[in-house]
Write a protein that binds this ligand. Sequence first.
Ligand SMILES: Nc1ncnc2c1ncn2[C@@H]1O[C@H](COP(=O)(O)OP(=O)(O)O)[C@@H](O)[C@H]1O
Ligand SMILES: [Mg+2]
Length: 232
Amino acid sequence: MLELRNVNAFYGRAQVLFDISLNVGEGECVALLGRNGAGKTTTLLSTMNLVTHSGEILFKGSPLSGRQPFDIAKVGVGFVPDSRRIFPTLSVEENLNLGKKAGHDGQAKWSIDRVYEVFPKLRQIAGRDGGNLSGGEQQMLSIARALMGNPEIVMLDEPTEGLAPVIVEDLIEIIATLKRERMTVLLVEQNVSAALSLAERCYIYDHGYITGEKTSREIAGDDSLKRELLGV
Ligand SMILES: Nc1ncnc2c1ncn2[C@@H]1O[C@H](COP(=O)(O)OP(=O)(O)O)[C@@H](O)[C@H]1O
Ligand SMILES: [Mg+2]
């Protein structure tokens, strides 16, 4: 569904991604793991064409390069940035409705009612201002808003970052629900155990390179690799 081939990315003259190649199949959940600064966020930003890059990025076989970010969203790539980007003066429901659009085939699987079924907490706080939410509520709203656009893949950048353990559990359950709904997910996580519980496959990043591709089962059984990934 999503394929990156030999992607290099740059901030000004500084190259931060080197020859990144990865793929995410339909219905798969794939995680990007690696230390802070390794290039995971930049990979997602390159896919949305928000940073300068070279190489090929294909969505369902068609190149995304050269398209505007809103156009990339329109063809079915949902992106939940680590900044969450909630509109503080709009209510939860207004934030959700801003994300609304039909899918590529004109279908709207994710209506507001369907979103509230998966995120019952958002229904309870539908009228509250976006600026008045806890970190966990903001994260749920940010994911839910992306779903309102009926994407075919969602890219989640560190959804559990900075959240209390019970909220992390809720978020893992929500992402697991998306997987059961056959959503394709590209997940960036520093929380290795969360990533391993959700993803089938992981790419391991180090200093802008992908240094390995492993199944979550392989990583779970490799204590020294796990220690290395946790050593942020
Ligand atoms: N806006 C920016 N300008 C310059 N360098 C940046 C910018 N954003 C990130 N970087 C650098 O790019 C590298 C990769 O960062 P990033 O993709 O955010 O890593 P990760 O998400 O894996 O923590 C790091 O060295 C980081 O310092
Ligand atoms: Mg990051």
